[in-house]
Design a protein around this ligand. Structure first.
Ligand SMILES: Nc1ncnc2c1ncn2[C@@H]1O[C@H](COP(=O)(O)OP(=O)(O)OP(=O)(O)O)[C@@H](O)[C@H]1O
Ligand SMILES: [Mg+2]
Length: 910
């Protein structure tokens, strides 16, 4: 460790470090500071696990935020994003920076915070989407790429590389890549034009032990040679081995297992010999309070009371949270976990045990070096433990030989995976982003890639092959009208843009367009009867089954039941059912039950898919459905808005796992973190006739507490539902004010954002009148009774608009209020279209009804403002705006033409 030298870091940084309670630097931190990473130097920082790389990134973030740069922190997965979001929101507070720093998070599951925030935490895939839709201003941004070794990941490396290639071309203000030890950080640095900060030392020494046949070979991480001692501790009995570690003060212990079942079974067996304890009981109570009953919960709870945990993909997000908080406080003695206990997420264990080095059930038959380093890297935390230990327990000579390889200091090389990605999707994205507009520039992109950089040295012949593949892909995209070619230039079509924005494979988009072409109106007219058919169509689509799948269906735990097949066959299917595809059958059945609100234990019992996997599956399917609804909005397809509305509604139902009427309560309760109130407790309320916001608010506390098992939970729910939703972060508000500032209308836009009641109508009318082409006629002047607020006309088209705002109880506009415009305008010309403009939003029941309506449009304030500000700032013409508002249904932002207000201008993008 090094004393922090104020003359090097400067007084300001020194004072922040003091606030953050950092007294000394680790080796890699000192080295990074010597390279000037805190002063804008771009670098690839390569150091062992748990050596303190995050702080290096934070130093760069801090200097960006202190100046006028934006900051982007890229992470490998959602759990890590959540952890960093919480950490950074705490760390980068206004006290240190003089003004408020807006922090936002964007992952497949969650978008929170201002769309134009100063600091954004995002997963790689999501950031690629944002970049392609023009939402990142690269040249003004300091970018930290955590876990950058992901570049070499078989499944995800290609997206990471596409993102980095684009960033490299656009030259960020500073780029700092953080990576665990790899053999070739120089190669990555050379490619990205960065310096290398390479440090082999781990500040907390990691001792690696191989126990076999009464002997123990011990070698320190990073060293070539170790020493052998006689160790009679029997390693064949895992439980007694772990017990002996704990009795020697080497706990907490993490035991790595092959399968989810194994993790749970080991934990159940181990805890039989442990006593219950106060801290353990406290965690068990937390599980009771913070999560809903699942098939794992009983076992989790009784193990937790004895300070034993298991951790695998079977756990629901709530269960994981509680268990992980227990790790954080070292409240468990031992945890049995699969490798999903993810990389880079920090939990303090003193010792990690590898009970198996060869696998029976996994696709990879041996433990990979990457997994080994990741898991062993969890052992020994700075400031908490004097050292860390990894124990490898080989069972035979072959496993012993593998163990010896794992503990050797040699590192894995990061190897480009770019060619494993769908070339079509990559090229489509590049054209959509405006990065390439000729075939020549497609070539330039590949010449900028890590693949090119790496292959040029080793195998130049391959380069011709990739250029040919790229050309074929471009031709395919042109033939199918995703791209248009004219005089050598290639341009994106609106179908191409929608597909690129959806993030889906062009093949998926193509099949979906065909589906809509053949059966679109049939689906639209009886959407509810086709929901299972659509889910089945998705499970069979190229996202899961092409050569370059983007995601995977889980294997059911056991044979699927005839019941599952029957469940699917009863529905209107859109593609034939393969009776032998057990993964598709189990997943569709599980999701069908999930969105109907069925309990997770029952779903697991009938479909053989565990709670943890159902949640993951639901989030994947919801993501795909959002993509499909985005595609359905492409102008040339001329699909009615109602189809887009229906698809979005289905996405929400699958994401949240409840019927339409339950969505609002669940969304609000989740956002407000009502403890242990999820879909199952909501369904219990619904079954008792207390399913809506108003029902709940009217129910006496005692009764509510009984229904959802807990007074604290009931109070928290009532509080959450009674809140004013306008207070919640409004992602676009700041962007609208800023864009309006371009034409001197910032104040008027701000007034619309703030106002409620009749002030709101006045503010909106005032703003609409700024656009000279629009004719605004106030009907409700305060004297006339029961008439709509105003009409809006342009050329032949005119709309009748009613404004609705609500604050509390219920905090959303209900069906009655949303439809008032129809009744109030009964005497008006039928050709005038009816619109309700609402703030903050309509309830889900209204949205569902509107999707099937032909005579009304519901538009949410923020969405309306996006359209209007586009018109006022010249990003969109007024007739298109009026056409968009006049389309029946719930107005969708994806279907709005023109340039978004939140997109950086093209000059700053390039
Ligand atoms: N200078 C420091 N003083 C005290 N504690 C520190 C310091 N730097 C980092 N730590 C602590 O060390 C732990 C490991 O740090 P960090 O998560 O940054 O490691 P890492 O190098 O990113 O490892 P991984 O490769 O596993 O992600 C964290 O708990 C962090 O709070
Ligand atoms: Mg890290």
């Amino acid at each position: 460790m090094f004393t922090i030298d104020e003359s090097i870091v400067g007084p300001e940084l020194a004072s922040w470090l003091k606030c953050w309670n950092i007294k000394e630097f680790t080796d890699v931190q000192q080295l990074a500071v010597n390279h000037g990473v805190h002063n804008g130097t771009s670098a690839i920082v390569c150091a062992p696990t748990s050596s303190g790389k995050t702080l290096v990134g934070e130093l760069a973030l801090a200097s960006a935020l202190k100046g006028d740069a934006d900051a982007l922190y890229l992470v490998s997965h959602k759990a890590l994003a959540e952890q960093k979001y919480a950490d950074f929101s705490r760390r980068f507070t206004s006290d240190q920076f003089g003004s408020h720093i807006s922090v936002a998070i964007s992952t497949g599951d969650r978008e929170d915070g201002d769309i134009r925030s100063r600091l954004l935490i995002s997963t790689y895939e999501k950031a690629l989407g944002l970049l392609l839709s023009g939402r990142l201003r690269v040249s003004q941004t300091v970018i930290i790429a955590d876990e950058l070794q992901l570049l070499g990941d078989k499944y995800r490396g290609a997206s990471v590389e596409t993102l980095c290639t684009l960033l490299r071309q656009r030259k960020p203000k500073q780029f700092v890549g953080l990576t665990a030890t790899a053999e070739n950080p120089d190669e990555v640095a050379d490619w990205m034009g960065c310096e290398v900060v390479h440090c082999a030392k781990r500040d907390v020494v990691l001792q690696q032990h191989i126990c076999y046949a009464g002997q123990r070979y011990t070698v320190e991480f990073g060293q070539d040679e170790g020493s052998t001692t006689v160790d009679p501790t029997p390693s064949s009995n895992l439980h007694s081995f772990v017990r002996s570690l704990i009795s020697r003060g080497q706990g907490p212990v993490l035991v790595f297992t092959e399968t989810r079942n194994e993790a749970r079974r080991y934990a159940d067996e181990y805890s039989k010999q442990c006593n219950r304890d106060q801290k353990g009981i406290a965690i068990s109570n937390q599980l009771e309070l913070f999560s809903e009953p699942t098939e794992s919960s009983q076992s989790l709870k009784s193990n937790a009371e004895r300070r034993v945990a298991f951790h695998s993909a079977d756990l629901t997000p709530d269960e994981r949270n509680v268990i992980e908080q227990g790790f954080d406080k070292s409240d468990f003695d031992v945890c049995f976990a699969t490798s999903t206990l993810s990389a880079g997420v920090n939990f303090p264990f003193r010792t990690v045990v590898f009970s198996k080095l060869f696998f029976t059930y996994r696709d990879d038959h041996k433990m990979s070096l990457g997994d080994y380093r990741n898991m062993s890297g969890r052992a020994g935390r700075l400031g908490l433990h004097p050292d860390g230990n990894a124990y490898l327990l080989p069972k035979n000579n072959a496993e012993l030989a593998h163990a010896n390889k794992l503990v050797a200091p040699a590192n894995e090389k990061i190897i480009s995976q770019l060619v494993s990605l769908s070339m079509r999707r990559t090229i489509l994205g590049l054209v959509a982003a405006g990065t390439v507009s000729t075939r020549k520039e497609v070539e330039t992109f590949f010449k900028n890639s890590f693949y090119w950089h790496q292959t040029q040295e080793h195998n130049p012949k391959l380069l011709e092959a990739i250029i040919k593949k790229a050309k074929d892909a471009a031709t395919w995209l042109i033939d199918r009208h995703y791209l248009a070619q004219e005089d050598g230039a290639i341009q994106i079509t609106s179908l191409g843009r929608a597909t690129a924005q959806s993030g889906l494979l062009p093949e998926t988009a193509g099949q979906f367009v065909d589906l809509l072409g053949n059966k679109g109106s049939q689906i639209n007219d009886a959407f509810d009867d086709h929901q299972i058919g659509i889910i089945h169509w998705i499970a069979s689509c190229p996202e899961f089954s092409s050569d370059t799948p983007t995601r995977f269906l889980p294997y059911p735990a056991g044979e699927v039941k005839a019941e599952s097949k029957l469940f699917i066959q009863q529905n209107n299917l859109l593609t034939p059912l393969d009776p032998n595809d057990s993964k598709v059958i189990a997943s569709v059945h599980a999701l069908g039950l999930f969105m109907a609100g069925e309990g997770e234990r029952k779903i697991q019992f009938v479909s053989r898919i565990s709670s943890g996997y159902i949640h993951r599956l639901a989030s994947d399917f919801a993501w795909i459905l959002d993509g499909l609804s985005c595609i359905s909005g492409a102008k040339e397809l001329a699909i009615p808005q109602s189809t887009t509305n229906h698809l979005r509604m289905l996405a929400r139902r699958i994401r949240w796992g409840v019927p339409v009427d339950g969505l609002d309560v669940l969304k609000i309760a989740t956002r407000s973190r009502v403890p242990g109130f999820g879909r199952q407790r909501l369904m219990a309320l619904t079954a008792n006739g207390v399913g809506t916001i108003m029902d709940i608010l009217k129910t006496p506390l005692d009764k509510l507490a009984k229904l959802i098992h807990g007074k604290e939970r009931a109070e928290s729910l009532i509080d959450a539902l009674g809140q004013n939703l306008n207070d919640a972060a409004v992602p676009y508000a700041a962007a609208h004010v800023q864009a309006a500032g371009e034409v001197g209308l910032a104040e008027q836009v701000e007034a619309c954002n703030q106002a409620i009641g009749t002030d709101y109508e006045d503010a909106i009318v005032e703003l609409l009148r700024q656009e000279l082409q629009l004719v605004v006629d106030v009907i409700d002047d305060g004297d006339r009774q029961n008439v709509p607020d105003f009409s809006l006309a342009l050329n032949e088209k005119s709309l009748i608009i009613e404004c609705k705002t609500v604050t509390k109880k219920p905090p959303l506009i209900d069906k009655r209020a949303a439809w008032e415009v129809v009744q109030k305008s009964a005497d008006f010309d039928k050709s005038m279209h009816r619109v309700t403009l609402g703030k903050p939003d309509f309830d889900e029941t209204s949205k569902k009804k509107a999707a099937a309506a032909t005579d009304i449009t519901l538009v949410r304030h923020e969405v309306f403002m996006e359209g209007l500000v586009r018109v006022l700032t010249g990003r969109l013409d007024a007739p298109s705006f009026i056409d968009w508002l006049a389309e029946p249904g719930v107005t969708e932002l994806d279907r709005l033409p023109g340039n978004p207000t939140f997109v950086a201008s093209s000059a700053s993008q390039k």
